[in-house]
Every structure is written in structure tokens, then in C-alpha cells.
Design a protein around this ligand. Structure first.
Ligand code: CA
Length: 249
């Protein structure tokens, strides 16, 4: 497993690389955003996951993540944020990060988050290319068995991290796909923000649940005819969300 560490503070970057290598990872360091983008976009070097600090000289972590996604690079990104800066978390997710960790962090927590991202990555990578399309009429699908899910003219292709609408094909980030998979699995049922945080992000602690709302806003742009008047990804006031495939509202 090849990890790119993007961090300008040399002693932090070196310490992280030392510890990751001790755990059996290959790790490289980029000292600023431009160097990271050059490695990720301009070279053939493949990374399995990127640890991206928000605070960087020049291009910051948000810009790096946004430029990566805009360039069609969907490598899993774990963003390092300043503790207590909820707005950093929201901006991080908005810019395309898959997960975040406030600094300073315990190494064991970082490793757990990296492993969770890598496991998800592998889950998607291992999906077969030819898959069964599940229509709503065929009953409640088992999300683990479903790699494609079609409703209302849209196809969510979890194997290829794509969402096809009548107008376009949208590339999904890992966590967008993971959230969609969770919603499909719980189709028709109310799911709480807390459950989403715990079961999709594996976060039980002090996370700002607005991060979830931010993802829902993005998914609505993909799924809804009118994102301001959702008919599929419904808000359940005070609780969370409900995903329905029929136009029920
Ligand atoms: Ca830094």
C-alpha cells in the first residue's frame, strides 16, 4: 500500500512516514500542494491513499483536493484539519475529501482511518465488471450484492463509482458511493445522521453532523429533478433522511 503524505512540517511528515513504514506501508512525502499535485497528476505514480494536511504553503489542502477531483483523480483522501474547526471539516468534504482527522491525532486512529478507506477502496475494486441491475420492482435488494441500482432513469453504478443520469455521467467519490450504498440498503426507511456517521464513516465521536447534510446536498444535485424540492432523498426533520425510489412527495 502506497501512501502519499502531504505536509509541509518536515518533522511531522518524517514521523508519519517512519510510523507508516513501520506498519508495512510504503510512504512518500510531498512538502506542499504543488508538489502533491505534480506527483498525483503529472507522474504515473499510483497511490492507494493520500494523507492531506489542510495547512500548506501556497495551495492549501482544500485546493489540492478540489483540483484532484476536477482532474478526474479519485484517490481516497484523508484530510488533516485543525481541531475544533468544524468549518474545515465541511470545506474538506465539499472539496472532495473522503474522511478527516483533527490534529493532533493518535497514530492508531490515523491507521484505523487509513485502513477503513483502503478497505472501501478494495471493496469497490473487487466488484465484478458484469453485474446484475436491480430495479425497484424486483424487491428490496441486498446492498452488498448490488453493484448497480436503477430508479427514475438514473443508474447508480457502485462498481465503477459512477452515476448515470439522462443528461450525464457523474463520477462519485468513494464516500459519495458509500453513502449511496447505505441509503439504497435502507431504502424506504428513516436513517439518522448519527447512524450514517457511525456506519458509513465509522465516526462515533465529536463529528459535526452538518458534514452529512453537505453530502446529501451534493447527492440531491445528482438524484433529484429539482434539488430544492427533493422527492427521493427526503429530509426527516430532527432525525435524518429517507431515500425512496418512487415519487412519493
Ligand atoms: Ca501543515
Amino acid at each position: 500500500m502506497n501512501v502519499l503524505i502531504v505536509e509541509d512540517e518536515q518533522h511531522l511528515a518524517d514521523g508519519l512516514r517512519f510510523n507508516l513504514e513501520a506498519e508495512g506501508y510504503d510512504a512518500e512525502i510531498a512538502g506542499d500542494g504543488e508538489a502533491a499535485l505534480a506527483l498525483l497528476l503529472d507522474t504515473k505514480q499510483e497511490y492507494d491513499v493520500v494523507v492531506l494536511d489542510v495547512m500548506l504553503p501556497g495551495k492549501d489542502g482544500f485546493t489540492v483536493a478540489a483540483e484532484l477531483r476536477a482532474a478526474g483523480n479519485f484517490v481516497p483522501v484523508l484530510m488533516l484539519t485543525a481541531r475544533g474547526r468544524a468549518e474545515d471539516v465541511l470545506r474538506g468534504f465539499e472539496s472532495g475529501a473522503d474522511d478527516y482527522l483533527p490534529k493532533p491525532f493518535e497514530l492508531s486512529v490515523l491507521l484505523a482511518r487509513l485502513n477503513a478507506l483502503l478497505r472501501r477502496r478494495q471493496w469497490f475494486d473487487q466488484k465484478p465488471a458484469s453485474v446484475v441491475t436491480t430495479e425497484k420492482e424486483s424487491g428490496t435488494p441486498s446492498a452488498d450484492a448490488v453493484a448497480q441500482f436503477t430508479f427514475n432513469g438514473r443508474t447508480i453504478d457502485l462498481a465503477n463509482l459512477e452515476l448515470h443520469t439522462p443528461e450525464q455521467t457523474i463520477r462519485l467519490t468513494l464516500m459519495e458511493a458509500e453513502l449511496l450504498r447505505y441509503l439504497i440498503h435502507h431504502e424506504g426507511k428513516v436513517v439518522s445522521r448519527k447512524a450514517i456517521l457511525e456506519e458509513v464513516w465509522n465516526l462515533a465521536e465529536d463529528t459535526d453532523t452538518r458534514a452529512i447534510d453537505n453530502f446529501i446536498v451534493r447527492l440531491r444535485k445528482y438524484l433529484e429533478e429539482d434539488p430544492a424540492k427533493p422527492t427521493h432523498l427526503l429530509t426527516v426533520r430532527g432525525v435524518g433522511y429517507r431515500f425512496v425510489t418512487s415519487n412519493s412527495q
